[in-house]
Ligand binder design. Structure first.
Ligand code: SF4
Length: 390
C-alpha cells in the first residue's frame, strides 16, 4: 500500500512558512508546508549528504544487506563488513547456498546474530519464491525473514525509487523534534509513521529517505543537535520552543542486569580445547563458545565451572589457573566472564545443552564463528597458553 499524502505542496525554498501554534504532544505536520520541508532537505542533501558505498549501487540485494547491517550498528563499523560480505556472498544465490557457519563467521563481531541467520533464511526464501530476484512489491518484501516496515521502506526507496516511508531510530528522533512530540517516540509510532509518509517526497523518495537518515545521523544528533546547520530550523517545533536537547523523551529504564559467568578452557592430553556450538535460537544462536554458565549465589568460580561442565557435557575436569576476566555489555545486560584453564579428567563429552561439541587445536579456533567476548578469550589463549604448552 502506498503511503497517504495529504499536505499542500506550495512554498518555494525562499518562502519560509511560519510556525503554527502547537499544543504539547500535538503533531502539526499537516499544517506545515511539506513543499518547504522537501525542497530544503533535498537541497541540503545535495550539498551535505554522505558518500556511502551502498549509495553507489541500485542492486537491491546489496542495499538489503546494508539496511540489515545498519539496523543496530553504526555506519563506520558496517562499511568493512559490507564489503567483506559482498566479496564472500556476491548474490542472493551465493548467500542462500552458503553454510550457516560460514555466514555467522563473516558476521562475527557485528552482534545481534539473529540478523545474519535471518538474512540467510531470507536468501533461501528469495530463491524458492522469486528465483533469486529481489521483489519490488512491498508485501513480498515484508514476507521475507527479518524484514520489518522500515527496512522494507529503506530497500524499496533506495533500490527502486518507490515512495515508501521509513522510521528508523534517526528518523524517529528528527520527526519527534520537528513536531515537538512530548512522549517517547515508541508510544507515538502511528503518528510518526504518518508524518514520515506525509513529508516523503514522492517524486524523489530515494534521495529524500537517504537525506532524512543523514540529517539524523549528522545534524539532528542525539545529544547536541546542530540546529544552526539544519535546513528545517525555521519550522522545527522543538527548536522554536528550545526543547531540542530535551526531545525526544526517553522511556524510563530499569537497571541493567549484570551476570557473573564461569567459563572453561578445557584442554585434553593432545593439546586440544573443547568448544561447543549453541542451539540455533536466541541472541548468540549458532555461534561457537567456550562452555560455562552463570555463577549461583554463594558459589565460587571454580565450583561453578565444575558444576556447569558436568551438567552441560557430563565430564569431570580439574579447574586450574585463571586465564582472563572479561567485561562485556550487551544491549539489555552485562556479563563478566571469569575464564579458567581446565584439564579433562574423565568421560566422553556429550552435547547435552548445545548442538555440537568439538576438540580443536588452538590454531584452529579462528576458523569458527565466536561472539565478540569469546574472541578475547582466543586472543588470550594464543598469546599465553600456546608458548607455555608447546
Ligand atoms: S532544528 Fe535542531 S532539533 Fe530541529 S530538526 Fe533541526 S537539528 Fe533537529
Amino acid at each position: 500500500m502506498l503511503p497517504t499524502f495529504r499536505c499542500a505542496d506550495s512554498a518555494s525554498l525562499g518562502d519560509i512558512p511560519s510556525i503554527p501554534p502547537l499544543e504539547d504532544g500535538a503533531c502539526s505536520i499537516p499544517t506545515l508546508d511539506v513543499g518547504f520541508l522537501r525542497r530544503s532537505l533535498l537541497a541540503w542533501y545535495a550539498q551535505q549528504g554522505r558518500s556511502l558505498p551502498w549509495r553507489e549501487t541500485r542492486d537491491p540485494y546489496a542495499i538489503w544487506i546494508s539496511e540489515v547491517m545498519l539496523q543496530q550498528t553504526q555506519v563506520k563499523t558496517v562499511i568493512p563488513y559490507y564489503h567483506r560480505w559482498l566479496e564472500q556472498f556476491p548474490t542472493v544465490t551465493a548467500l542462500a547456498q552458503a553454510d550457516q557457519q560460514q555466514v555467522l563467521k563473516v558476521w562475527q563481531g557485528l552482534g545481534y546474530y539473529a540478523r545474519a541467520r535471518r538474512l540467510h533464511q531470507a536468501a533461501q526464501q528469495l530463491l524458492e519464491r522469486h528465483q533469486g530476484q529481489f521483489p519490488s512489491s512491498f508485501d513480498a518484501v515484508m514476507a521475507l525473514a527479518g524484514i520489518g516496515q522500515t527496512t522494507a521502506g529503506g530497500i524499496l526507496s533506495a533500490a527502486f525509487n518507490l515512495p515508501y516511508p521509513i522510521l528508523d531510530g534517526n528518523v524517529k528522533r528528527v520527526l519527534a523534534r520537528l513536531c515537538a512530540i512530548q512522549e517517547p517516540p515508541n508510544r507515538r509510532l502511528k503518528q510518526l509513521w504518518q508524518v514520515s509518509s506525509e513529508v516523503l517526497d514522492t517524486q524523489h523518495p530515494r534521495d529524500f529517505n537517504q537525506a532524512l537518515m543523514d540529517l539524523g545521523a549528522t545534524v539532528c544528533t542525539p545529544k547536541q543537535p546542530q540546529c544552526d546547520r539544519c535546513p528545517w530550523q525555521s519550522v522545527c517545533q522543538a527548536y522554536a520552543r528550545n526543547l531540542q536537547t530535551q526531545l525526544p523523551m526517553s522511556e524510563p529504564r530499569n537497571p541493567i542486569p549484570h551476570k557473573q559467568i564461569g567459563v572453561a578452557v578445557i584442554w585434553n592430553e593432545q593439546g586440544q580445547i573443547l568448544i561447543d556450538r549453541r542451539r540455533p535460537e536466541g541472541l548468540l544462536g549458532g555461534m561457537w563458545e567456550f562452555p560455562g554458565g552463570k555463577i549461583e549465589p554463594g558459589e565460587t568460580v571454580e565450583a561453578c565451572i565444575q558444576r556447569e561442565i558436568q551438567e552441560e557435557l557430563a565430564i569431570d575436569i580439574a579447574v586450574g589457573d585463571r586465564l582472563i576476566v572479561i567485561d562485556h555489555a550487551y544491549s539489555h545486560f552485562r556479563v563478566t566472564l571469569n575464564v579458567h584453564h581446565c584439564s579433562h579428567l574423565n568421560g566422553d563429552p556429550q552435547p547435552l545443552e548445545c548442538d555440537e561439541i568439538r576438540w580443536v587445536r588452538p590454531d584452529e579456533l579462528e576458523q569458527y564463528p565466536f561472539p565478540k567476548a569469546n574472541v578475547q578469550i582466543i586472543e588470550a589463549i594464543l598469546a599465553t597458553a600456546i608458548p607455555a604448552r608447546s
